[in-house]
Design a protein around this ligand. Structure first.
Ligand code: GLC
Length: 417
């Protein structure tokens, strides 16, 4: 007997589990991002009967953004849940669902400042996955050996880095470096350079009211200072380093200092790490106007083009929930976005950087994504290009910041106020 279509569909649903959705989520691709995501997804699958596959992304946030933009502007339904950088909300909002009442209810449990950054024209378009604020990683054993204290200014960092580098090379460690950071031409350099500039009192590139402030002597001094590190306390290769390349040098024991995000803490303490139990973290040095940390972090959002919006929202709620954030905190030293987890004794015991970093993250400097609206990525690209040129010896900061200002003025038009 031939089966009617309705019966065939019912049989199919019974076979696959009625109401079960097949979802896809993009990965982060740094450190232990993927394995921890998979463990959280396994738990979600067990609880809900849905299945979730991970679509692997490149490690650079800039490359991820380019890929997301292609998918979203084509209205592609390939990805249900996107992992979005804290600076992207205004640019992607049109392609993302409002997370509705359930989202708003859940939002009450997170730091309000992050929720605000993910709310565009009254629509809550993402929930916080984890927060980020950088640290100065330093080698406790080497500071002790060379009789140095933890540097609180960039000048002190330069001196300590030089002393240790010279000493280690004299011992025959020819590939030892004083300081590694993110010097490649991408979003990470915007983060590092904003810290140099802000800690010298040079402002925030574009201010909250839309004023373009970057062309000033303090900012120029900060960037020229960093240019002086290339080929001295930092390898030439740092001009191509993103987070993972810096961590690679650091974790094999080949650097005295590193600027990086908290994820490098858990990995540095791993059994395969050459610096296990030989390092600690401090706030980044000051350039005279106090230490400055760029605010980073990631959120989860649902594509407007998803065929399974309800299941996708359920997944976002789960992955931003207490249990999933706690696993990421304990295992990856990812900063929670829920105040309560900073008081959790298991989190503090596993990753002491987390309670220590609460204040640093709460006082971190935002990149100018809110005032520059849909133009943030172009603004950031112009900024990192000007900084990268200066670090590469292509003009000094004074010249390059004057050019940058002219470019930003053209980009702004009448648009950002
Ligand atoms: C980290 C931060 C993110 C930033 C990126 C730059 O992933 O969390 O906000 O844009 O680094 O590389």
């Amino acid at each position: 007997m031939r089966q009617g279509p309705a019966i065939a569909i019912a049989a199919l649903l019974a076979a696959t589990g009625a109401g079960a959705a097949e979802l896809s989520i993009v990965s982060g691709a740094i450190g232990r991002d993927i394995e921890t995501l998979r463990d959280n997804l396994d738990r979600f699958e067990e609880m809900t009967g849905h299945t979730v596959s991970i679509v692997e992304m490149p490690s650079s946030t800039t490359d991820q953004f380019a890929q997301y933009r292609l998918w979203l502007s084509a209205g592609a339904g390939d990805i249900d849940v996107y992992r979005t950088d804290i600076v992207w909300a205004p640019q992607l909002a049109d392609h993302l669902l409002d997370l509705g009442e359930k989202g708003r209810e859940a939002a009450k449990e997170h730091f309000p400042s992050i929720i605000e950054s993910q709310t565009v024209d009254g629509r809550l378009i993402a929930l916080p996955f984890y927060a980020d604020a950088p640290a100065l990683y330093y080698r406790t054993d080497l500071l002790e050996e060379y009789g140095l204290s933890v540097p609180e200014t960039w000048a002190a960092l330069e001196e300590a880095a030089r002393t240790i580098q010279e000493g280690e090379r004299a011992k025959g460690v020819n590939d030892f470096h004083g300081f590694v950071f993110q010097g490649a031409a991408y979003e990470g350099l915007t983060c590092d350079a904003l810290e140099w500039v802000a800690s010298h009192g040079g402002g925030g590139i574009v201010e909250a009211d839309g004023t373009i402030s970057i062309n000033n002597p303090e900012a120029a001094a900060a960037i020229d200072m960093a240019a002086g590190w290339i080929g001295t306390i930092s390898p030439e290769g740092v001009l191509g380093y993103k987070e993972e390349e810096s961590r690679g040098v650091w974790q094999t024991g080949k650097a005295a200092f590193m600027r990086n995000w908290p994820y490098a803490y858990a990995l540095g303490q791993g059994d395969d790490s050459a610096v296990k139990d030989k390092f600690a973290v401090a706030p980044l040095p000051s350039g005279g106007a106090g230490s400055a940390a760029t605010l980073g972090g990631w959120n989860l959002a649902v594509s407007k083009y998803s065929d399974e919006p309800e299941a996708a929202i359920e997944l976002v709620l789960f992955l931003t929930g207490v249990e999933a954030q706690k696993l990421r905190a304990v295992r990856n030293s990812s900063l929670p976005t829920r105040p309560a987890l900073y008081d959790d004794p298991e989190v503090a015991a596993a990753q002491p950087i987390i309670p220590e970093w609460k204040e640093i993250f709460l006082n971190a400097v935002p990149r100018p994504s809110a005032p520059t609206k849909g133009d943030y990525n172009e603004v950031s690209k112009e900024f990192w290009d000007a900084v990268h040129a200066t670090l590469s010896g292509d003009g000094d900061a004074k010249r390059n910041l004057a050019r940058l200002e002219a470019r930003l003025k053209r980009l702004k038009g009448p648009g950002w106020d």
